[in-house]
Design a protein around this ligand. Structure first.
Ligand code: GUN
Length: 291
């Protein structure tokens, strides 16, 4: 099995962050200030805490200011909306990210709608979703944009390729499908009601799996030579005598790697791309704000 079948997202993300670091330095020299990214975390979800701390560190390492706002799990929606409003008004803040999921007593769509679309570096605001749908410049969600970068790096022009996106979330599946469509792929979006997913996958040159079901896509579904992008990060139950289970993707990696032309591993594939693209979006926002 050739080594270069494996799409090394970790290495790609490191190179992207290094480039952003250089550009962030140029921005600071020109604008007389650093680009700024604000992250808002509500509650103590352990996975979210890890993400947010990692975002903060990588933002600073790229030469940008990181502003962190932490609210208690029982904070009111009004308190959160007030934080977002103050960040919207703060000229030192170029990008705003409200870490999801929010506690159940908060309305995520309402909170996202309060973020200034021109600071919405997550690309979750309906204005940015609309811009993506009609092909206008805007902010594109970080994970699918990272997937597109990996695909174009590996395949070059995607024109005419058959792509299947498994999963229809607003954060990954839907924007991924839009991006592939813009890149002139023939795109199918599959979901829990899709009939004969195996057959659909067998006809696809590109498979993007983003469903959150461990190893759901089987190796023998993959068309020989296809490119497989696995967005899933799932922890299996612990094996006998272990305290923590293994992390696996939505694709049966051991099976798929035998037939695929290229595949992202989990971990070390798509995962590291998300924060790298977030930093890229924050820098784009900073340049836009300086006109
Ligand atoms: N939670 C998990 N991933 C993300 C992300 O990319 N953005 C936000 N805001 N929350 C998340």
């Amino acid at each position: 099995m050739s080594e270069n079948k494996i799409i090394d997202g970790k290495e790609f993300a490191e190179r992207l962050r290094a480039r952003i670091g250089v550009l962030a330095g140029e921005f600071e020299a020109k604008a007389g200030r650093k680009a700024g990214l604000a992250v808002v975390l509500v509650g103590e979800d352990p996975a979210s805490q890890v993400y947010v701390s990692s975002k903060g560190k990588q933002t600073v390492a790229a030469g940008m200011n990181s502003f962190e706002h932490k609210l208690a799990a029982d904070a009111s929606e009004e308190e959160l909306l007030a934080v977002v409003a103050s960040l919207n008004a703060d000229p030192a803040v170029d990008g705003i990210l409200v870490q999801l999921p929010l506690p159940r007593h908060m309305d995520e769509q309402k909170v996202i709608a309060t973020i200034d679309p021109d600071k919405d570096v997550d690309g979750f605001h309906v204005t940015n979703a609309g811009r993506l749908a009609v092909g206008q410049a805007g902010y594109v969600p970080c994970t699918p944009l990272g997937c597109l970068m990996l695909l174009e790096d590996r395949l070059g022009d995607l024109k005419g390729l058959n792509a299947v996106v498994i999963g229809r979330s607003n954060i990954v599946g839907k924007p991924m499908a839009q991006l592939l469509l813009s890149a002139n792929c023939t795109v199918t979006i599959a979901h829990r009601h899709t009939k004969d997913l195996a057959d659909l996958v067998r006809r696809s040159d590109i498979v993007v799996a983003a469903v959150g079901v461990p190893e759901m896509v089987k190796g023998d579904w993959i068309k020989p030579g296809a490119t497989v992008i696995d967005v899933g990060i799932n922890r299996l139950p612990p094996a006998e005598g272990k305290t923590k289970g293994r992390i696996v993707g939505d694709v049966d990696y051991q099976g798929a790697v035998q037939v695929a032309g290229a595949i992202t591993p989990v971990p070390g594939g798509v995962g590291p791309m998300t924060i790298a693209v977030l930093l890229r979006n924050a820098l784009v926002a900073a340049y836009a704000h300086e006109g």
